[in-house]
Write a protein that binds this ligand. Structure first.
Ligand SMILES: Cc1cc2ncn([C@H]3O[C@H](COP(=O)(O)O)[C@@H](O)[C@H]3O)c2cc1C
Ligand SMILES: O=C(O)c1cccnc1
Length: 357
């Protein structure tokens, strides 16, 4: 059985026959219909994901942010503002609590875990909030050859799934996904292009904020990558199995595996920015049913993100020009999920409050 097929993952779409009952519950709240905007479909989605045959409160238990990190061969071409060593340095900062994602997780009440999927230099020592899930010391340079082998790609999906399962077993029923990996806006752009057929021009952005000079080099390297792959495969878009090997990063592939395991357990997936969305594209191609469990937290300032969200017909909760990654957009959206659950659970109905229209 192929890991690139939902027969392997057995993800079940949510039970849409529950929709009228859930919608009626929302419409009975003391407010004009639809007046809570995007919070309403959000509450509906949470209720559908947790549906057990009758109307009951929705719960967000031990919300957890998983930040997957890895290095990228393509980054040796100086297409980021930072050298590859910064991936390792930022992972240490996540472990030590000093990064933006630490601040936002603390303020939103999220548990944070950091996962090394293939940072060049391994992290030494053991740490409470750190998981070693290494595949290799960075991917190969995708402009010249496939980023990873078939075995590495499969292992990435499986190991990512294990990380999510462990977080769910520890009590989480909602998982946010973040990433760290210098050069990974390049991997995300190439992967999104290969999976969707969206023109590369619309997907290559400034990442960390590179110069025009660097942008031209980044674009050329990504075009070289797409040409190399489409010439060898002979078609475009290509399937998830090939796309992840050719252009995936270890963190992106593990995020896709973790998302698949999250939906398999019928738990909610909180998608971050451009890079995490490229992992979502991968997971969606493997099991389209996963879509029901995905909440798109924000639209990043990275050029391709809006285009990919449009392609997915996804409405992000926030649009704040964030372009950091790490899971920051997902963490910032967490209070909105709590608010959606709160109004769904606690708000009075017209009957109970004695309000009549
Ligand atoms: C100090 C620093 C902290 C970061 N935190 C997230 N990223 C973000 O930037 C990287 C992607 O952009 P590019 O493709 O241009 O390298 C990823 O590591 C992403 O998480 C950071 C980048 C830097 C430099
Ligand atoms: O949207 C993102 O995920 C993003 C954008 C720029 C840099 N790092 C991440």
């Amino acid at each position: 059985m192929s890991i690139y097929n939902n027969q392997f993952w057995s993800i079940e779409a949510v039970d849409k026959t529950a929709l009228p009952l859930i919608q009626a519950e929302i419409d009975n709240k003391t407010k004009p219909p639809g007046s809570l905007g995007l919070l309403e479909p959000l509450a509906r989605q949470l209720a559908l994901c947790q549906w057990q045959g009758d109307i009951r409160p929705v719960y967000l238990t031990k919300p957890t942010m998983l930040v997957f990190a890895a290095d990228h061969g393509i980054a040796t071409h100086n297409i980021s503002i930072a050298p590859q060593a910064v991936t390792h340095q930022m992972v240490l900062s996540f472990i030590n609590g000093g990064a933006a994602i630490n601040s936002f997780c603390a303020s939103a009440g999220l548990t944070l875990q950091v996962i090394d999927c293939g940072v060049l230099e391994p992290i030494s020592g053991s740490h409470d909030n750190f998981i070693n899930s290494r595949i290799a010391a960075g991917t190969q340079d995708m402009s010249k050859q496939a980023a990873m082998t078939a075995t590495e790609a499969e292992l990435s999906l499986l190991q990512g799934a294990e990380v999510a399962k462990a977080a769910i077993e520890a009590g989480a029923n909602i998982l946010g996904f973040g990433e760290m990996g210098i050069g990974n806006t390049s991997a995300a752009a190439a992967l999104s292009c290969l999976l969707t057929g969206i023109p590369l021009d619309e997907l290559v952005g400034a990442g960390t904020g590179i110069s025009e000079h660097q942008y031209i080099r980044k674009h050329a390297l990504l075009q070289q990558t797409i040409n190399r792959v489409t010439q060898s495969v002979g078609e475009s878009p290509i399937n998830a199995e090939l796309a992840v090997q050719e252009a995936g990063g270890f963190e992106i592939a593990q995020i896709a595996g973790a998302m698949l395991a999250t939906a398999q357990a019928r738990k909610v997936i909180l998608v971050d920015g451009f890079i995490v969305t490229s992992a979502a594209l991968l997971a969606l191609q493997i099991a389209p049913e996963i879509r029901d469990y995905m909440v798109f937290s924000h639209c990043s300032g990275e050029k391709g993100h809006r285009r990919v969200l449009e392609h997915l017909e996804a409405t992000p909760l926030l649009d704040m020009g964030l372009r950091l990654g790490e899971g920051t957009g997902a963490a910032l959206a967490m209070p909105l999920l709590k608010a959606a659950a709160a109004f769904y659970n606690d708000m009075a109905t017209f009957d109970s409050a004695g309000v009549t229209l």
